[in-house]
Design a protein around this ligand. Structure first.
Ligand code: ADP
Ligand code: MG
Length: 712
């Protein structure tokens, strides 16, 4: 039994610390197994315990107790796992919200500054004090309200509390400039935070821009504008130059160049003409084409990609989880340290109270954890964004982080290392004729989507009459058994013949060998060859240089496997494997290098989807790959190129560097200033730098993770 899973969107969620608290509160709830809230795109994913759930109102109550004004809505998923239309409008709405928030902050900052200058220039001390108070209130009132609201909750020690106590204290001591300075700079930091989050959301939205608005649908007499969801398989649509191809379709008329960079990260345009299959999400550059829709929108490439990106939010990197947890203990610890700092020297050593009280206030300002809490998810989010722009879909920050730890990289052969574009190169006859062998093989393979099946059907060339097939069975990793016009036909691996005790003279031919037997009598074999993908060797070479072991698994025969491994430069290979034996081999490597994220596997999902699912990091070839592979993979390579693995690892490394830099920066600067502050060597202005300055620097640094240009 599994519990219910639901997704929600939290509109108006604007505070990263609150997001962490909401997540914590939900994780602590008795009905909830796991809760995961992504602050950047505001998606909340809830896994309920068996037989439990929470009503929308319950969730709303929990959320609004922590951050007021957040609107919680459930995101309904259609059967394919992709969420509904309406939520895009929500994204729009949200972004507007972020900018409105920024505007409000700027008004407040301006008003604060005006009152501040009035105070500085006013001659009358009473008037000056009044202006100082007004200026302080402009900046501080949201902090104070926030802190007051938290007074009676578990979340007492948040940044509102820290800042309110520190600034009220400073104001009380007559340090007006410092008190006002802290609140104003704090708000400038917030402007930055809101802006960077809005920008990240926008960049992910530009990916969402894959989503086309309309199609030109043929209604029997003319082409009319219609929403992409309204088309069925078989409908005819027309795509004009410059328009986005909405659905996966097959060109029936016309010729054009297509830009598929949104899907594959590959900027080279591709020519396509009548008969070519084109995926939704590509852009028609120059020709007018008509095309037949292959599958409805919900099953199209675009909608699959979108649901993957949405799902990525739910899975957090270990570092991210660690920092959230860290912040939870760190803030109260600092508050107690501040209290001690103020009380101990005064009570027990007879020092001047005001001096130590001031130091304690400075302590509080320095200690705000915002820089960490915001910049780290932002960094991972940026890394995932940069990868998707290059045709690498990473389904979670945890996978992006794990890419740094790979020790063994295991490849499937067919379709992963090789093109999976088999060509029949020879038919060796033992009994009967060449045409007979090909015909039997082609008929037997007619239902299979295996690359071998495609090659045989292509070599046969003629139309296949499927009515002649009786009983039919595809045995994964071995071949096909079919009853054709009463004759029992075997097509497949050598082991198949041995299992069935069919006498045969040759076990393995020059390349991939597909044996054919009719009524237990050996007819001969078909030799088919495949080519290495052009960038396989380069990718393998790079992985080896990083000290990563490379391994190849295949169900194909030993000789072919050895050849391929040699040309590709792969260190170890295992041939003649059945699908479950591939899983066993993977387990072997997982045990050899225990620890999470050490064993990666890349496959096309044909006979290896379970291996993809079992690997610490499973890669699927998104173009060739089966739906099952894309579903079970952690990372999908849209253009099937093994070199994308190298890029993914490079992006992961850059992201990790950025995240670690931010942690070091924030903890380093804050740690140093806390010590200086305790000894009275850092003042309020230094504290503001430690807080806002560091947050801004960390955010700017995180935004680098998103850029594709600086990445090589
Ligand atoms: P790989 O591990 O290279 O991806 P598979 O596990 O898909 O290969 O298949 C392993 C072997 O099983 C193939 O080399 C072939 O001999 C046999 N085989 C699998 N499916 C078929 C099929 N549909 N027709 C003929 N032979 C097949
Ligand atoms: Mg395969």
């Amino acid at each position: 039994m599994f519990g219910i899973k639901r997704d929600y969107i939290l509109k108006g969620l604007d505070c990263s610390v609150c997001a962490a608290k909401i997540e914590e509160a939900l994780n602590g709830h008795s009905s909830v197994q796991t809760a995961s809230l992504n602050f950047i795109n505001k998606f909340l994913h809830l896994d309920f315990k068996d037989g439990c759930s929470l009503s929308l109102d319950d969730i709303r109550n929990i959320v609004s107790a922590i951050e007021d004004g957040v609107v919680v809505d459930e995101v309904k998923k259609s059967h394919d796992g992709h969420s509904h239309e309406s939520e895009d409008d929500d994204h729009d709405h949200d972004e507007g919200g972020a900018y409105a928030q920024i505007k409000k902050l700027i008004y407040r900052i301006t008003a604060g500054l005006i009152f501040l200058s009035a105070a500085i220039y006013s001659k009358d001390p009473a008037a000056a004090l009044a202006f100082y108070s007004l200026s302080y209130i402009c900046g501080a009132y949201p902090l104070i309200i926030g802190a007051a609201k938290n007074l009676f909750t578990k979340n007492l020690f948040d940044e509102n509390f820290l800042m309110s106590v520190a600034t009220i204290g400073a104001f009380g001591l007559g340090d007006y400039h410092e008190a006002i300075g802290v609140t104003i700079f704090f708000q400038i930091g917030e402007v930055f935070e809101h802006y960077s989050v809005a920008r990240s959301r926008k960049s992910i939205k530009s990916l969402m821009g894959l989503r086309p608005d309309f199609i030109n649908l043929f209604d029997g007499s003319s082409f009319v504008k219609a929403p992409p969801e309204s088309a069925k398989a078989g409908d005819i649509i027309r795509i004009k130059p410059g328009e986005k191809v909405a659905l996966d379709c097959l060109i029936t008329e016309g010729e054009t160049s297509l830009d598929m960079s949104a899907l594959t990260g590959e900027s080279l345009a591709r020519r396509a003409s009548a008969g070519s299959e084109i995926p939704g999400g590509s852009i028609n550059i120059d020709g007018l084409i008509s095309a037949r829709v292959l599958r409805p929108y919900a099953e199209s490439s675009v909608s699959k990609i979108l649901s993957l990106i949405e799902g990525a939010a739910a899975k957090k990197a270990k570092t991210e989880k660690f920092i959230t947890k860290f912040a939870r203990y760190y803030t109260p610890a600092v508050v107690f340290a501040a209290v001690a700092l103020c009380v101990v020297p005064w009570l027990f050593m007879g020092h001047d109270f005001t001096v130590w009280f001031k130091r304690a206030l400075i302590f509080l300002v320095i200690s705000c954890p915002c820089a960490l809490v915001i910049s780290i998810p932002l960094g991972f989010f940026g890394g995932i964004g940069a990868a998707s722009k290059r045709g690498i879909l990473i389904k979670g920050a945890n996978h992006l982080e794990a890419l740094n730890n790979i020790k063994t990289f295991i490849f499937d052969k067919t379709g992963t290392i090789t093109r999976g574009n088999f060509e029949v190169i020879d038919v060796v006859v033992e009994s009967g004729t060449r045409d007979e062998i090909l015909k039997y093989a082609a008929i037997a393979e007619s239902h299979s989507s295996h690359p071998i099946a495609r090659a045989i059907k292509k070599a046969y060339g003629a139309e296949i009459d499927e009515s002649v097939i009786g009983a039919y069975e595809e045995i994964r990793g071995l071949g096909i058994k079919a009853l054709i016009k009463g004759a029992e036909v075997f097509v497949g691996h050598d082991r198949f013949l041995h299992d069935e005790e069919i006498e045969h003279s040759v076990c393995i031919g020059a390349a991939t060998t597909v044996h054919v037997a009719v009524n237990k009598k050996y007819s001969g074999y078909i030799v088919i060859a495949d080519e290495l993908k052009p960038d396989t060797a380069g990718a393998v070479e790079w992985l080896k240089r990083q000290g990563i072991n490379t391994v190849m698994l295949t169900g194909d025969n030993h000789i072919t496997a050895e050849n391929v491994a040699k040309i590709a430069g792969i260190q170890d290979f295992y041939a003649d494997l059945l699908p479950h034996q591939k899983v066993e081999k993977l387990e072997f490597y997982k045990n050899k290098y225990p620890g999470s994220g050490h064993t990666a596997f890349a496959g096309d999902g044909i006979n290896d989807a379970p291996v993809i699912a079992h690997a610490d990091i499973g890669f699927a070839m998104g173009g060739l790959g089966s739906d099952a592979a894309i579903e079970s993979a952690d990372i999908v390579l849209m253009n099937d190129s093994p070199f994308k693995i190298v890029e993914a690892i490079k992006i992961a490394r850059r992201t990790r560097v950025i995240v670690y830099q931010n942690i070091a920066l924030a903890l380093g600067v804050k740690g140093a200033l806390l010590i200086l502050g305790a000894f009275g060597m850092a003042g309020m202005w230094d504290a503001v730098f430690a807080d806002v300055g560091v947050a801004v620097m960390a955010i700017l640094n995180s935004m680098r993770a998103m850029s594709v240009n600086s990445f090589k």
